[in-house]
Design a protein around this ligand. Structure first.
Ligand SMILES: Cc1ncc(COP(=O)(O)O)c(C=O)c1O
Length: 424
């Protein structure tokens, strides 16, 4: 039996794993072209053709709409901006509740707070880690206005049932597909499965332009509201003749021409980059259970193509005999990137525990027009807590720059640590 690296033995790998690099000559050329044009942005906060941005921004939106088969694509400067704009476009305001996943990046929930609404956290599915229709149903109250689903780690949420619930209760659904570009559910792209879907183009996503985002919607009214919110709505509503002024208070969420030009090039690479992620993930999913029966690879539901933003693995402590943290530490010592648990359930953040968001008086939690009774106590989402505290491990090695040999090192390290697990 080989000596574990954590006990002073030689690690499976000494060299770091390759970085994910997708920027190449095509992107450089696109950037130079924009610089040569001297038009780095063309947005004007005035109702005019320039209200919609410059040629690269508009080209990206057309490319995006065509690729994802959505009627409208609205570029923004981050998925965070996209989520905020989507909540605004949905007409959410103080006194409303928005049901959201607790197992996501914080912005999925702050999007509700920004409009003075209350995030209400629904528990997640133990196989795909997205909020479940059952947990959503239990939380619907007269104050519920919207639902934000998150296609976490790249697996689409249960969108069909979620949309049925929304129809029943007249709610708007926003799909946070920041982590799932190219993933599909029954042949339809993640990000196009709700009333609005939000993509991220930040530097650690499958395709990127440094920072950026896109909102997809088939609804023309929502599309115009999104365009308004993106670009100082208040100044454009009068010339445009907009009558519904709810949330027509705008921000500057505009993307630059350089980012848009890069994003258009990256979009062409998406299918190829995603295929490599899927191949890498499939290799791990086939290899791991045979050598470590206490590990469960990510479940891929029928009709789903997974986006594998990261590769989530469930760890069964009872079967393994040692806590997850020890196993992860031993893998790290062998040179394998692996982390415990993803983000803490969002409701455990100080903002929710102390109910302080805007100003010192606890707005929006203390807003007199809010008639609900939101609960942020530990234990409200037991599956999420179980995943975070005990079961979930994540690795980011499933990407296009990782070779078969790199993936085999992961398997070798898991096998080595598993063989000596009793010594941890
Ligand atoms: C699920 C999710 N939503 C939203 C965001 C925010 O994306 P951005 O960094 O583009 O604002 C992220 C970013 O990591 C994310 O993972």
């Amino acid at each position: 039996m080989e000596n574990l690296a954590i006990k002073g033995g030689s690690p499976v790998r000494k060299e770091p794993f390759p970085k994910y690099v997708t920027i190449g000559e095509e992107e450089k050329k696109a950037v130079i072209e924009v610089l040569d044009s001297t038009v780095l942005s063309k947005f004007l906060a005035k109702w005019s053709p320039d209200f919609f941005g410059g040629p690269k921004v508009q080209a990206l939106e057309q490319d995006w709409a065509k690729y994802f088969k959505t009627k409208n694509a609205i570029s923004v400067n981050s998925a965070t901006s996209g989520l905020y704009a989507a909540v605004g476009a949905a007409g959410v305001g103080p006194g409303d509740e928005v049901i959201v996943s607790p197992y996501t990046m914080s912005a999925s929930a702050t999007a509700a707070l920004i409009y003075g609404a209350i995030p209400v956290f629904a528990d997640i599915d133990p196989e795909i880690f997205c909020i479940t229709p059952e947990s959503i149903r239990k939380l619907i109250t007269p104050s519920t206005k919207a639902i934000i689903t998150v296609d976490i780690f790249g697996h689409p949420a249960d969108m069909k049932e979620t949309m049925e619930i929304a129809d029943e209760h007249d709610l708007i659904v926003i799909e946070d597909a920041a982590q799932a570009p190219g993933a599909t559910l029954n042949g339809k792209y993640a990000g196009t499965l709700a009333h609005m879907g939000v993509f991220s183009l930040n530097y650690h996503k499958t395709i990127h332009c440094g920072e950026g985002g896109v909102i997809a919607t088939d609804d023309d009214v929502l599309a115009e509201r999104l365009q308004m919110i993106r670009n100082h709505a208040e100044g454009a509503v009068k010339p445009r003749g907009v009558k519904d002024l709810v949330n027509m208070v705008g921000w500057n969420y505009r993307m630059t021409e350089i980012e848009a030009a890069i994003a258009s090039v990256q979009l062409k690479k998406l299918a190829g980059l995603l295929k490599k992620r899927i191949d890498a993930a499939d290799f791990l999913s086939k290899s791991l259970p045979g050598i470590a029966p206490f590990l469960t690879p990510p479940k891929v539901r029928k009709g789903v193509r997974h986006g594998y933003y990261v590769y989530p693995i469930r760890y069964d402590k009872k079967k393994a005999g040692v806590p997850r943290e020890k196993f992860v530490e031993a893998l790290n010592a062998e040179g394998i990137p692996m982390t415990n648990g993803y983000t803490e359930p969002i409701y455990l953040e100080p903002l929710y525990q102390q109910r302080i968001a805007f100003g010192k008086d606890g707005f929006p939690f203390t807003y007199p027009g809010y008639h609900g009774k939101v609960d942020y106590n530990p234990g409200i989402c037991p599956v999420c807590e179980q995943m975070y505290y005990r079961e979930l491990m994540l690795t980011d090695v499933c990407h296009a720059n990782v070779s078969h040999k790199d993936l085999k090192d992961v398997v070798t390290a898991v096998e080595k640590v598993t063989d000596s697990i009793g010594r941890l």
